[in-house]
Design a protein around this ligand. Structure first.
Ligand code: BGC
Length: 449
């Protein structure tokens, strides 16, 4: 009787404080209520953050976390001589050609739920249309990796029934000591705690998911920000400490993916306002080329991805004043400046460019501002008709509406950029849904949706 009473007392406050739609309801260090208002379900999005998302308890679409604590017997070292390089030859030309880009159901569900919560009819219809635009799927925790097999099975079936093979877009994003120069996207693995072996295991699991589906083409962006951090941020202790591990992990990723014969990789190359500064171009080209060569020049490494999750124009009508001092004031200037340096050092100079949130220009106070920049709109639609031979595709790499980082100063992953006056606030944890931000992206989309 007494225990029943105590149990009741224990659960009452949770019901009394049910969290509002899109609010936090759990995660590392969370001490608030873990229940949601009616019509919303507390959903685990990553170890740091559970969020009240639209739905009922039986319809949650989130990945389950069955493999969140991996162990592996990998030695953690990378040797070039024994590295598998694969025996297959990449298709000639642009890997996006001749394929239908597959739509991820995870983002489509996020968008559908978000649109359902928009009342204005015009904005709602525009929001709904976003579900038809392909984005990349970020594998930002190992727990999400099993989803890839499900996605590929669906993409394979669609390819067979339509007669046009499918192309699935993924982002490999789980380095140990991830996001070494910032805080908002710090990851699940730590170098001090078996991080490199855990990462190798993460890559092995990705490879195992892809192997049964050689008929589906996969395009992978490899580790946003990681190599760019090694070019410019070695003065940050965490980046300096991570340098050897990042290089070993990225090498392992491109070598293992290369064995599959259907995965085309693009290394992340920051953006015009980062590696595009004249002083950074040659060091960047040197790093990409030396990593590529020491990995055995994997033939399915196609090139570089730029502007991932950033806001730069592909080709700006006029330079944004914040770019002053850099002649490479947009992505095409950056790409054109980098291309000869890559080519002369033997790195394949092909590019994909994220324009998902680049619809509105001149919205930042400083070029380095990256977190939920206010006033951003969805940008150019994904296309392979890019107008530039060096650019294979314009893509949407950052799924617009997913947050860049929390504005909650007491969060373990609070980064000051997310509290700047040009950052939209209040913002939830990185990767979780930011409804207000999504609505603005829709309303300010250019071209309009
Ligand atoms: C977050 C990831 C998320 C990705 C795409 C990153 O900033 O750290 O968790 O998957 O954005 O939204």
């Amino acid at each position: 009787m007494l225990s029943a009473f105590l149990a009741l007392v224990a659960i009452l406050p949770a019901f009394a404080n049910a969290q509002a739609l899109y609010s936090q309801c759990g995660g590392t260090g969370w001490s608030g209520a873990t229940t949601c208002v009616s019509g919303a379900v507390c959903t685990v999005l990553n170890p740091y953050y559970s969020q009240c998302l639209p739905g009922t308890a039986t319809t949650t679409s989130n990945p389950t976390t069955t493999t969140s604590n991996p162990t592996t017997s990998n030695s953690g070292t990378t040797t070039v001589s024994s590295a598998p390089t694969g025996t297959q030859t990449p298709a000639a030309g642009n890997p996006f050609e001749g394929h239908n880009i597959w739509l991820t159901p995870f983002y489509a569900a996020e968008v559908a739920a978000a649109a359902a919560n928009i009342t204005d009819a015009t904005t709602k219809a525009a929001a709904q249309s976003v579900a038809q635009i392909p984005t990349f799927t970020w594998f930002d925790t190992i727990a999400k990796v099993p989803d890839l097999g499900t996605y590929l099975a669906n993409a394979s079936a669609l390819g067979k029934s339509s007669g046009t093979p499918s192309l699935v877009q993924i982002i490999v994003y789980d380095l140990p000591d991830r996001d070494c120069a910032a805080a908002a996207s710090n990851g699940e693995f730590s170098i001090a705690d078996n991080g490199q072996a855990n990462y190798f295991n993460y890559i092995d699991q990705l490879v195992a998911q892809i192997k049964p589906f050689p008929d589906v083409r996969v395009v992978a962006i490899i580790e946003p920000d990681s190599l760019a951090n090694l070019v410019t941020n070695l003065s940050v202790e965490k980046c300096a400490n991570a340098q050897t591990t990042y290089l070993a992990c990225v090498t392992y990723a491109i070598q293992q993916l290369n064995t599959l014969g259907n995965v085309y990789s693009y290394l992340d190359a920051g953006h015009a306002g980062w590696l595009g500064w004249p002083a950074n171009l040659q060091p960047a080209a040197n790093l990409f080329a030396s990593l590529f060569k020491s990995a055995g020049s994997p033939s399915f490494v196609r090139g570089l991805a730029t502007d991932v999750a950033n806001y730069n124009a592909l080709s700006a009508a006029s330079p944004d004043p914040i770019t002053q001092g850099n002649s490479n004031y947009d992505e095409i200037h950056y790409i054109n400046a980098l291309t000869p340096l890559l080519t002369s050092s033997g790195f394949p100079a092909h590019f994909i460019v994220d324009q998902g949130r680049s619809g509105v220009q001149n919205i930042r106070q400083q070029w380095g501002d990256w977190c939920n920049v206010k006033g951003a709109g969805f940008g150019m639609r994904p296309t392979i008709n890019t107008g530039y031979t060096a650019i294979d595709a314009i893509v949407w790499a950052k799924p617009g509406g997913e947050c860049d980082g929390t504005s909650n100063t007491s969060s373990a992953r609070y980064d000051y950029h997310c509290g700047l006056s040009d950052a939209d606030q209040p913002a939830p944890e990185a990767g979780t849904w930011f409804q207000e931000y999504f609505t603005t992206l829709v309303q300010k989309a250019s071209p309009p949706l």
